[in-house]
Write a new protein. Structure first.
Ligand code: C2E
Ligand code: CA
Ligand code: CA
Ligand code: CA
Length: 278
């Protein structure tokens, strides 16, 4: 009797119902998370293997949920995008990151650029310039010490609107990198039209950099970057073999667990993550 179609349907619905309610709860809770100060920021080093020092950090958002613990951005960013809350969250993030970097700069700890991930929603809202300008002004951080990470799909989606906003923030000296490069579609044809400074090789290529096919793609991306006079950062570098392969092909900017995990500012300051053996 338990294997009847009806029972299965009931079981299936309960599963979907469970997922829906978690999502709805998170959506409700997300609305209050900013004012309840439940967000915090972790920083992942980007290592300059040529100079043997940090090249910068990527700021990544974390949500400490009062009951559910730390919720991963993979789960709450899509909800924040659907609801539009991502715009306020990004404004907060930009303010915090600029203040943090100014402090590190003034204390003589780091003289680097920190990058912040951008959502298509921010471009849609047409508030990017104002929020970047405000974050730089109120912190006193120089524009070149801030970088925005966009994905190919953001750049390609509503290109005219995106490009004009990117151009305006670049006029403030702010850098732009193309995240997850190689995973989007139909980007190569118009890559030269997007105002970027840096290509970030997606983790999926680096993860499989023992495969000849992925090696060819990595070498291709490095070549494109060189031709277009862009810097290139490899993401998701976890092993010394991956780092050595990338170095041998001329990619010297590295990000990944091998060099350092995303960590709170106190750990960044403690500097235990620094790697000098490669
Ligand atoms: P992303 O921008 O591609 O960020 C890199 C992700 O890879 C991060 O996951 C990071 O922790 C992880 N990672 C770094 N090195 C390694 C490695 O060596 N191995 C592996 N397996 N993973 C590595 P995280 O922090 O969970 O973020 C996931 C995604 O969520 C990000 O992908 C980004 O798209 C989004 N996200 C995070 N913070 C923000 C934010 O403040 N704003 C927006 N719009 N999106 C964000
Ligand atoms: Ca990113
Ligand atoms: Ca630059
Ligand atoms: Ca990425």
């Amino acid at each position: 009797a338990k294997t009847s179609g009806k029972d299965k349907t009931v079981f299936f619905n309960a599963g979907i119902g469970g997922q829906l309610s978690r999502k709805m709860e998170l959506e409700k809770d997300l609305r209050l998370a900013l004012e309840h100060r439940q967000f915090f920021i972790v920083y992942q080093p980007k290592w300059d293997a040529r100079r043997g020092k940090e090249a910068g950090f990527e700021a990544l958002l974390r949500w400490q949920h009062p009951k559910k613990g730390v919720v991963s951005p993979g789960e709450f960013i899509p909800i924040a995008e659907e609801t539009g809350l991502i715009v306020q969250m990004t404004r907060w993030m930009l303010g915090e990151v600029c203040r943090q970097n100014k402090r590190w700069h003034d204390e003589g700890l780091f003289e680097v650029c920190i990058s912040v991930n951008m959502s298509y929603r921010v471009f849609e809202s047409m508030t990017l310039f104002d929020m970047v300008d405000e974050a730089l002004r109120s912190s006193g951080l120089p524009g070149p010490m801030l970088e925005l990470e966009i994905t190919e799909s953001i750049a390609m989606h509503n290109m005219a609107i995106t490009l004009s906003q990117l151009q305006r923030v670049r006029d403030l000296g702010v850098g732009v990198s193309l995240d997850d490069f190689g995973t989007g579609h139909s980007s190569l044809g118009r890559l030269d039209e997007i105002p970027v400074d840096i290509l970030k090789i997606d983790q999926s290529f680096v993860k499989n950099s023992d495969l000849t096919s992925k090696q060819a793609l990595i070498v291709g991306i490095i070549g494109i970057a060189r031709l277009l006079d862009l810097e290139v950062v490899a993401e998701g570098v976890e092993t010394v073999e991956q780092a050595e392969f990338l170095l041998s092909r001329g990619c010297t900017l590295m990000q990944g667990y091998y060099y350092g995990r995303p960590m709170p500012p106190e750990e960044v300051e403690a500097g235990r993550w620094r790697i000098t053996d490669i």
